[in-house]
Design a protein around this ligand. Structure first.
Ligand code: URA
Length: 435
């Protein structure tokens, strides 16, 4: 078998056999197949697509590129959630401590920023000392100690996804249903949680721009999870407007702490609590979704979710004072530019992908794989879709230290808000539940 023939076959729109998929992924993981051939293979999949059987085989071989965790010895419920990626999407930072504080283990393996979207690991690393590079034994240790773990991909769990993910980011092959499906599901299957809730985003700031594609992706991921015996649900959620009040790293941590303290209620807190409730309900810790929502809300009101967050930060080497006084602990940007409304009216559109790119240009994300993140940079939103604004009012603010790309970021932000005279509606946050 040769990689060339497999690439040629996929490029010719033919269905690959299990053996062919195994050959190319297995040998890429071992370093026997070079990046350039894997890049061509990924691009062939991007254009030719894959059948359900091929997607299952690809997911399976990617999951088996490392260990498959068995968390059954815990004896209790295990649940995780994964998002297809968005702007201002800090839900994991809130969901993990809320759910773990109810006694459910949350083994969460997250990603870094991809394209214009932010990454949970980058956000967490803005907390001084916080480590995301745990190996499997530390990962299990975290779960035993705090009932939750927020780590990056390891050499032991779905290692080939780490390599393929980085390659896709550099070769414009991210927005592909078979590739997103296999990337997310291989990690989630390997990580071993019994219940899995997926956040499939749709809209201008999502990888799946159309509703039809988001639904197809949600259906395929849930079907694959079920084939592996997992308890699956997916929500299709809005990404035509960024989530929450900011996009960046330390600023999203600060916002998450305020939500865990019960001080902020916004679309981010609403979505996070809905996901937490779904994980609690699907793990059979509540009889109805309504009861699960109440439990999730209680964990915020009684301070248990914040206490769990503090414990998890301390356990992973971070400064736990971030849970009490984030401003005293987190890095802050030295410079800022205010974006003002050019006229009075209603915000009808926020070009969410452009806002994500503007945030990346402040230094909050990577333009190239090797770039270092500025954890204090990002974008604040004072007004969002549907809000009324007056001419000259500040609607957003760019936070930065390096001026390198800031002019471009400012132009993107100025053009990202479309203001109309007629009243505009906020997009519906949760569009559909797929179980
Ligand atoms: N998140 C992932 O883990 N993989 C993707 O391909 C997209 C989002």
């Amino acid at each position: 078998m040769r990689a060339y023939d497999i690439i040629f076959k996929k490029r010719s729109l033919q269905e690959l056999t299990k053996k062919e998929i195994e050959f190319i992924v297995y040998n890429y993981n071992n370093g026997e197949i070079a990046d350039y051939q894997m890049s061509a293979f990924l691009m062939a999949i991007y254009f030719a697509g894959m059948s359900d059987t091929e997607i299952f085989d690809l997911t399976n071989v990617m999951a088996k590129s490392g260990d498959i965790m068995d968390l059954s010895s815990y004896g209790g419920a295990t649940a995780d959630k994964h998002s297809t990626g968005g702007v201002g999407d800090g839900t994991s930072l809130i969901i993990a401590p809320v759910v773990a504080s109810t006694g459910i283990w949350v083994p969460m393996m997250s990603g870094r920023g991809l394209g214009h979207t932010g990454g949970t690991l980058d956000k967490l690393e803005s907390i001084p000392g916080f480590r995301t590079d745990a190996d499997v034994s530390e990962f299990i240790g975290y779960l035993k100690y705090a009932g939750m773990a927020l780590i990056g991909q390891t050499q032991e769990i779905a290692p080939v996804d780490k390599k393929m993910y980085a390659l896709r980011d550099a070769t414009a092959t991210v927005e592909s249903i078979p590739l997103i499906c296999s990337s997310i599901m291989s990690k989630k299957i390997a990580e071993g949680s019994q219940t899995l809730v997926l956040d499939v985003k749709t809209g201008s700031g999502a990888f799946m721009k159309s509703y039809k594609d988001a639904k197809e992706l949600a259906q395929k991921m849930t079907a694959i999870g079920k084939k592996f015996g997992r308890n699956m649900s997916a929500l299709i959620t809005d990404m035509d407007t960024p989530l929450g009040n900011c996009a960046g790293n330390s600023i999203e941590i600060r916002q998450a702490v305020e939500i865990l303290k019960g001080n902020i209620q916004n679309d981010l807190s609403e979505l996070s609590l809905e996901f937490a409730a779904m994980m609690i309900f699907k793990s059979k810790k509540a009889e109805t979704m309504e009861a699960a929502r109440q439990t999730a809300q209680n964990q915020i009101s009684n301070g248990k979710a914040l206490e769990k967050f503090r414990q998890a930060i301390r356990m992973q080497g971070g400064n736990p004072a971030v849970a009490d006084n984030p401003d005293a602990v987190l890095p802050k940007a030295k410079k800022s530019i205010k974006i003002k409304a050019p006229k009075s009216g209603y915000i009808a559109v926020m070009r969410t992908r452009d806002i994500g790119i503007a945030s990346m240009m402040t230094g909050a994300g990577r333009r190239k794989k090797e770039d270092r993140i500025d954890h204090s940079a990002g974008v604040l939103f004072f007004k969002k879709t549907g809000d009324e604004v007056s001419e000259g009012e500040t609607i957003a603010e760019l936070l930065y230290n390096s001026s390198e790309n800031i002019d471009e970021a400012e132009i993107l932000m100025r053009e990202a808000f479309i203001i109309t005279e007629s009243k505009a509606e906020r997009p519906q946050l949760i569009k559909e539940v797929i179980s």
